[in-house]
Design a protein around this ligand. Structure first.
Ligand code: NAP
Length: 268
């Protein structure tokens, strides 16, 4: 796709609702052309028509089920080879409810396919294309739940811990190649994800729930500031740095020739 807009093209997964649809709106207004990806083609077409009428963005709709390997691989090819693409917003995701012991494992597998496998494949393809072209950015939508896994559904929290870890490693791998990589960690945000997972967002105290517009605008402000990790509601950025520093302080003792004294058998 040739591009009229100077920013290039942003490919947004999960663009039919919530956070992805809001990114689409903001990025069109920022001068990106768009490729909108999700399963619900009618919703994507409605959003595309609205954005074409409001902005000068060229908007393409791509219906895809990202749990389907053949749909994924078409997108991977596109990310590798379409030089107009300059931004991937890896946003599509589902949540689930209930304990691991009582989980429907088919549902668990679908979550892993979407939240982990699809995100990984698309990030890999985008990284290859962007590094080769010396330009581009990858935004992976994680969550704050890796910070509080004991309070959330195990599989969802673990999938988002994966997204955070993958993004941190990816930054180390390609952050010096002219490619920007950001993990976004939203707290509870008012979107359809809760209802889709059988949960009621209104059960949260209102002061804990962010409007989706405010959440995406904050994430984009963090992107503009070249943050590697953005937590939209975190007022003191030094708190995240302290958390990172505590992790790094473990470094010298994480891999040593001998076990720690408390693990040594007395007399051995
Ligand atoms: P949402 O409104 O339910 O949006 C999810 C999007 O993913 C939809 O566009 C949906 O479109 C798409 N999607 C779902 N299954 C798909 C599949 N198999 N293939 C392709 N697309 C699929 O929820 P949201 O809150 O905006 O979620 C976006 C991301 O934010 C997710 O990764 C979520 O984990 C993360 N997040 C949300 C919150 C929150 O509180 N809302 C907090 C932290 C992180 P179709 O149904 O049309 O396919």
């Amino acid at each position: 796709m040739s591009t009229l807009n100077t920013q290039g093209t942003a490919l947004i997964t999960g663009a039919s609702s919530g956070i992805g649809a809001t990114y689409a709106d903001r990025l069109a207004k920022r001068g990106f052309d768009l490729i909108l990806v999700a399963r619900d083609q009618a919703r994507l077409e409605t959003l595309a028509a609205e954005l074409r009428s409001k902005t000068s963005a060229r908007v393409e709709v791509l219906k895809a089920d990202l749990t389907d390997a053949s749909h994924r691989s078409a997108l991977e090819q596109r990310l590798r080879n379409d030089a107009s693409i300059t931004l991937l917003v890896n946003n599509a995701g589902v949540a689930t409810n209930g304990t691991l012991a009582e989980a429907d494992l088919a549902e668990v597998d679908r979550l892993i396919q979407l939240n982990i496998v699809a995100l990984t494949h698309l990030a890999s393809a985008a990284a290859a294309g962007f590094v080769a072209r010396g330009r581009g950015a990858i935004v992976n939508i994680a969550s704050v739940v890796p910070m509080i896994p004991e309070r959330f559904n195990a599989v969802y929290a673990a999938s988002k811990a994966y997204v955070l870890s993958l993004t941190q490693s990816l930054n180390a791998e390609i952050g010096q190649s002219g490619v920007q990589v950001q993990a976004v960690m939203p707290g509870a945000t008012r979107t359809e994800i809760w209802e889709r997972a059988g949960m009621d967002i209104n059960a949260f105290p209102p002061e804990m729930v962010m409007d989706v517009n405010e959440m995406v605008d904050a994430a984009l402000a963090g992107f503009d500031q070249k943050e590697r990790v953005t937590i939209p509601s975190l007022s003191n950025a030094a708190d995240w740095d302290a958390f990172l520093n505590a992790r790094l302080a473990l470094g010298p003792n994480l891999s040593l020739q001998h076990a720690a004294a408390r693990y040594k058998t007395p007399g051995a």
